[in-house]
Design a protein around this ligand. Structure first.
Ligand code: PMP
Ligand code: GLN
Length: 381
């Protein structure tokens, strides 16, 4: 018999809904992954590096050619410099990077502020580190951070704040003003920050992504996490990176080298080649996914769902309060089985969901045809 260290954790909603979608042969707009392939040049580079024998351990912090490309990309897109040797670590997925960052800085008894609806991997990492997640709700409807409320929840035990922009599952984004508020609190209370920016390039309607890397005062105390899976449509490659100042990076690496040790070697070489040859690729993603969001939302114009177009990520929330007041978890399962369309209920991302929480999350990283078929089903409800 084993005493569980995560007694309240089951199998993730993403795993469960994708499995149910497969079992029911439903359109799968639940778990976030594209149903189209990555750029051919990237796939070819991967095959080339496997065949060229790049199949043994990479250096622990990542292949240097990739870290050099990442530094160049951060300079190009965010206008900031970072040192590939001491500030960039390639990790086997943002999930592992977040886990290592939490393990590196949370001590038993520490409190960590997270915002609900909250991405599912944060709290288990905090608990395994012996800390306690303090959940603050984002504002209803706009899913924004109420900074006064944040200030009122900081105690002598608060060690870390985890933010996520663009935000999964709501699609909301943080403004530069938000980051300044965060900086003031972090400086006053000497807090560390984990900034989950895996959807950094998926922002719409002419907005800019605002990164902690760009804010003096935050840069010095933040771990910023990214995922190649999102940017290059290779979620199954499970590769990401962390940018943090040297002292934080050193602590992250101490953990990372004993959790995974390294990320997968040929993937890193392939990404380095592709980024060198196509530095402008990430800049194409905003308009690419905005078009998909618009196809999906426009096709739903005559449906009974209330829609507020997503500002970022590849997720769209649909509000079903005009249709039913059933719980989202029940509805989600029923529509997967009966109507053949799978989505994600968002109440599962709350410690205590609002009384009237009637949103489902749909992933629009899908072919136009699938989006139109999904909308047709949803319009029939
Ligand atoms: N953070 C958020 C907000 C995510 O949606 C995801 C899922 N891609 C991750 C982290 C984890 O990314 P990865 O697949 O690179 O581990
Ligand atoms: N991040 C993906 C989503 O939000 C899921 C990743 C996972 O299944 N862990 O759908």
């Amino acid at each position: 018999m084993i005493e569980s260290k995560l007694p309240r954790v089951g199998t993730t909603i993403f795993t469960r809904m994708s499995a149910l979608a497969t079992q029911c042969d439903a359109l799968n707009l639940s778990q976030g992954f594209p149903d189209f392939d990555a750029p051919t040049a990237l796939l070819e580079a991967m095959a080339r590096h496997v065949m060229a024998g790049h199949n043994q351990y990479a250096p622990m912090p990542g292949v240097l050619a990739l870290r050099d490309q990442l530094a160049a990309q951060v300079a190009l897109y965010r206008g900031v410099t970072c040192d590939p040797e001491t500030e960039i670590t390639v990790v086997p997925g943002a999930t592992e990077g977040i886990f290592c960052a939490v393990m590196a800085c949370v001590h038993p008894g520490d409190e960590v502020l997270v915002f609900d609806p909250c991405y599912d991997s944060y709290e288990p990492a905090i608990e395994l580190a012996g800390g306690r997640a303090v959940h603050l709700p984002l504002t209803e409807h706009s899913f924004a951070i109420d900074w006064e409320r944040v200030a009122s929840c900081i105690t002598a035990r608060t060690r870390l704040i985890i933010i996520n922009s663009p935000h999964n599952p709501s699609g909301s984004t943080l403004s530069s003003e938000d980051l300044l508020q965060l900086r003031d609190l972090a400086e006053t209370h000497n807090l560390l920050i984990i900034s989950d920016e895996v959807y950094e390039h998926l922002v719409f309607d002419g907005q800019q992504h605002h990164s902690v890397l760009q804010v003096p005062g935050l840069r010095e105390r933040s771990f910023a996490l990214y995922s190649f899976g999102k940017t290059f449509s290779v979620t199954g490659w499970k590769t990401g990176y962390c940018i943090a100042p040297p002292a934080l990076t050193a602590e992250l690496r101490k953990v990372h080298q004993f959790v995974a040790f390294v990320a997968v070697t040929p993937i890193q070489h392939a990404l380095a080649d592709f980024m060198r040859d196509e530095p402008g690729y990430p800049a194409t993603l905003g308009s690419f996914y905005q078009r998909k969001r618009d196809i999906f939302c426009e096709a739903l114009a005559d449906s009974r769902f209330a829609i507020s177009p997503s500002a970022g990520t590849y997720f769209q929330l649909l509000d079903y309060c005009a249709i039913t007041t059933e719980s989202d978890t029940v509805l989600c399962e029923r529509w997967t089985k009966d109507l053949g369309i799978a989505s994600i209920p968002i109440s599962v991302f709350y410690q205590s969901p609002p009384e009237q929480e009637y949103h489902l999350r749909f992933c629009f990283a899908k072919s136009d045809e699938v989006l139109l078929r999904a909308a047709e089903i949803l319009c029939g409800i």
